[in-house]
Write a protein that binds this ligand. Sequence first.
Ligand code: CDP
Ligand code: CDP
Length: 220
Amino acid sequence: NHAVPVITIDGPTASGKGTVAVLVAKKLGFHYLDSGVLYRLVAMKLVQAGEDGANEAAAVRAAESLDPQFGPEGQVLLEGVDVSADIRADGIGLQASRLAVHPAVRQALNVIQHRARRAPGLVADGRDMGTVVFPDAPLKVFLTASVQARAERRYKQLLEKGFSVKLEKILHDLQERDHRDAGRAIAPLKPAADAFWLDSAGLTIGETVEKVLAAWQQRQ
Ligand code: CDP
Ligand code: CDP
């Protein structure tokens, strides 16, 4: 299915990948893949089983048996239960980054990700969408913003979702996650060689989306 076009949007946590990717996909009528959800679901399964992301064998088992279901409004279901809100917890993101270092976990999740490449096209967001999973994507966006801006965005977002959080804790977790995601041996967060760099600091969501769409027009 290499004929199906893919736009990849990679970047650090809370850079705005998901928000921008959903809007770009809507505008183009493309499918949308939030690859981070898969890592978060594996984390959720481990937490429910009383394990943590450092347990490689348990993480690999959870990833290999993962069978995510998605509702019509993008809800995420695990064994029939809607876990859309629960997987957004800060602690789940942190556990996700711990189990994401295991090659066999990534391999199992890459299979699920490849299945999302369906006509007429796909917008995929994550850390290694352009570098590892869809290296032939015609447009690879690398979305950034300062660590402070990202921590504030995530803080607001979690408060709005009803989580009780502290900004300092969010900033700390985000730095730990950035460090682990960029430093791991396999599929680290890094811009693809042919990436289109986009710094969303000072841009509205709409402006960021417009820049991605303009870059896509240019590739056509
Ligand atoms: O997917 P990722 O973790 O990269 O980030 P997100 O969940 O899409 O965005 C994090 C938060 O930043 C959301 O609440 C967005 O509304 C907000 N955001 C923003 O304020 N300005 C942007 N240019 C992009 C996102
Ligand atoms: O929304 P946010 O950017 O905070 O994180 P996410 O995209 O939901 O991903 C959660 C964690 O999963 C990340 O910190 C990464 O460690 C891992 N992940 C990954 O390794 N590769 C991907 N393609 C997506 C997520």
